[in-house]
Design a protein around this ligand. Structure first.
Ligand SMILES: [Zn+2]
Length: 385
């Protein structure tokens, strides 16, 4: 028997693996849809049952937003794109192409969505992902020429400004606008950036654009509006003894120099932490007083639900059971934790979740399918050596 060459074997094996991956994706999509079926929404006006995305997030270690998207996407594929799901199952197309079909057909009727997937699948996977996507868009425009216009209007309704944090101490502001509006904004920015140039100005045009935008919105030297930010700085950093990083709430660690610059114009509030960076000094309040609430917010920083990143300022202090053996007891720091509105409501509505906080900042969650997750509030400093 003729021996197959190693490179030929490798390619064949890569190809088989790719088909297997596609099959597994298809199986997972069906499982997601099955899970949704087991958990019908318990009240009107919601697509997913209370707590269902939270369980997926706990199982797959992902954010709740991602879990919601994955579940809804799978549900959509099973209901509306049977041919695409079949092709994925047979390893003809991959998960990326399946997702693209989802995105492109979203604004179409059920019937038109079927027409688009069948027309594109008739030519197989196409040479590349980009080509497959272009074919999808072409077919979508063919079956519903007004869809593009509807999409444009929809985008206009979704106009928004968001921040995208980077890990290098910077962040981006991203505005979703109509193309024409974005162009005219950018024009105005460029106009001012050019005008701001003086003979001894060494800034680049790009830097002046960024400075102009900041000045227009926040005012020169940030004096127009007093922004409300929380910065936690070790005392040793503040007085310049060392360069331990501080922490900007909702962002994370920032450099010592940035801390000192912010502290110059800011109002300082003292927060005592121990050698492990844990917030200290807690007295046994019966109810979450303003002071204790502030301390819990400083300790937890975001909603404690695994996968949820809602910042502390949008959360409330949630009190674990006030009663033991039917009697009210004194509450301690570990009886409180931060939860966002969605998750306070979830614990009120969804059955089968168990919450416990054996020590301040360490929360144990048990889901209705008996997954156990632990969520520990991040310390402010690395433990002292
Ligand atoms: Zn939450």
């Amino acid at each position: 028997m003729e021996q197959t060459k190693p490179d030929t074997r490798a390619i064949a094996s890569i190809h088989v693996a790719e088909q297997q991956i596609a099959r597994w994706h298809a199986a997972q999509i069906r499982d997601f849809a099955r899970f949704v079926e087991c958990r019908p929404p318990g009240r009107p006006g919601i697509k997913l049952a209370d707590g269902a995305p939270e369980e997926v997030a706990a199982a797959l270690n992902m954010s709740i937003r991602t879990a919601i998207n994955r579940i809804l996407e799978a549900d959509y594929i099973v209901r509306r794109l049977p041919a695409t799901l079949n092709a994925l199952e047979q390893g003809i197309i991959d998960f990326a192409r399946t997702r693209a079909t989802c995105q492109v057909t979203r604004g179409l009727s059920d019937e038109d969505a079927l027409k688009v997937e069948n027309a594109v699948l008739a030519y197989g996977p196409h040479a590349t992902y980009q080509e497959y996507r272009r074919a999808l868009r072409r077919q979508a425009m063919k079956v519903d020429p007004e869809a593009a216009e509807r999409k444009r209007k929809q985008k206009q309704e979704q106009r928004d400004v968001v921040t995208r944090k980077a890990e290098d101490g910077s962040a981006k502001i991203v505005a979703t606008l109509l193309a024409s509006e974005a162009e005219s904004m950018y024009d105005v920015l460029n106009h001012f950036a050019h005008k701001a140039k003086s003979p001894d100005d060494t800034r680049t045009l790009a830097q002046r654009r960024a400075d102009v935008l900041l000045d227009l919105i926040v005012g020169k030297h940030m004096q127009r509006v007093r922004a409300n930010i929380n910065v936690t700085v070790p005392l040793t950093t503040l007085i310049g003894l060392n360069n331990q990083p501080g922490e900007l709430s909702e962002y994370g660690p920032i450099t010592a120099e940035q801390c000192r610059a912010l502290a110059k114009n800011g109002v300082l509030r003292r927060l005592i932490t121990d050698d492990f960076g844990k917030v200290l000094d807690v007295s046994p309040y019966r109810y979450a007083s303003q002071g204790l609430a502030e301390r819990i917010k400083m300790r937890d920083r975001t909603c404690r639900q695994p996968g949820c990143r809602v910042p502390g300022r949008k959360c409330d202090v949630y009190t674990l059971s006030k009663k033991k053996d039917g009697r009210r007891r004194r509450l301690r720091e570990q009886d409180y934790l931060l939860l966002c509105k969605r998750h306070r409501l979830m614990y009120a509505r969804a059955k089968g979740w168990v919450l416990a906080q054996p020590e301040p900042g360490r929360v144990i969650f048990v889901t209705p399918t008996e997954q156990v997750r632990q969520n520990v509030a991040e310390p402010y400093e690395e433990p002292a050596a």
